[in-house]
Design a protein around this ligand. Structure first.
Ligand code: 5GP
Length: 194
């Protein structure tokens, strides 16, 4: 998605060879015009998949997910990150290791918001090692529902997440694919370089 790539080039910051900071338009301040375009693109890519619900992870997955869900006219559910839980009867719970925070969270979704006849589009802001997306996919499976696909705003293709998800049989669509963050520079897969 060219608009997104330009935005990353203009406003993204490389924090290390591994982490891209995009707090100017996605992770802190949010650009709603860009989010709407992202939502339209996810909607276009997954049209025909029979999506009944969008599932994401708080907090940075919410903005692109709401826009995609608005386009698709389906609800969006965000999984919550919680420390440690005692009462889990009404919840689906998955342990997810956070790439950026380097800690494990329990990620939860209320059982009443997913049902066996749902076809769920999972959306997240970044894809690194695939932990977050796989955790969400496990929650969808626990509900007896189907994963219709996985939509990622920014995939870091030099990390193993995308291959892991595809090997698990999921359709993955990433709007920007970063080949490297070496030398403080964003290099996209398929030519374009910042
Ligand atoms: P994964 O679970 O695929 O290892 O990592 C994806 C999750 O970690 C996303 O939900 C995102 O919040 C966070 N993340 C991973 N890499 C980056 C990054 O380079 N920049 C930012 N801002 N978040 C990242």
């Amino acid at each position: 998605m060219e608009l997104l790539k330009r935005k990353i080039e203009d406003e993204g910051t490389v924090l290390s060879g591994q982490v891209l900071k995009v707090d100017a338009f996605l992770n802190h301040q949010i650009d709603p015009v860009l989010m709407l375009e992202i939502g339209k693109e996810f909607s276009r890519l997954f049209a025909g998949e029979g999506v009944t619900k969008v599932l994401t992870l708080e907090s940075s997955g919410i903005a692109p997910s709401v826009m995609a869900a608005l386009e698709m006219k389906v609800p969006v559910v965000f999984a919550r990150k919680q420390k440690s839980l005692t009462l889990t009867d009404n919840l689906y719970v998955e342990r997810v290791y956070s790439f950026t925070k380097q800690q494990t969270n329990e990620v939860t979704v209320a059982k009443k918001f997913l049902s066996a006849d749902d076809r769920v589009l999972i959306i997240d802001d970044f894809l690194a090692n695939g932990e977050a997306a796989l955790g969400l996919a496990n929650i969808v499976k626990a509900a007896g529902a189907e994963v219709a696909g996985i939509g990622i705003v920014i995939e870091k293709s030099f990390q193993p997440g995308a291959d892991k998800l595809k090997a698990a049989g999921y359709r993955v669509e990433s709007l920007a694919r970063v080949a490297s963050l070496d030398n403080g520079k964003v290099t996209f897969l398929n030519n374009s370089v910042s």
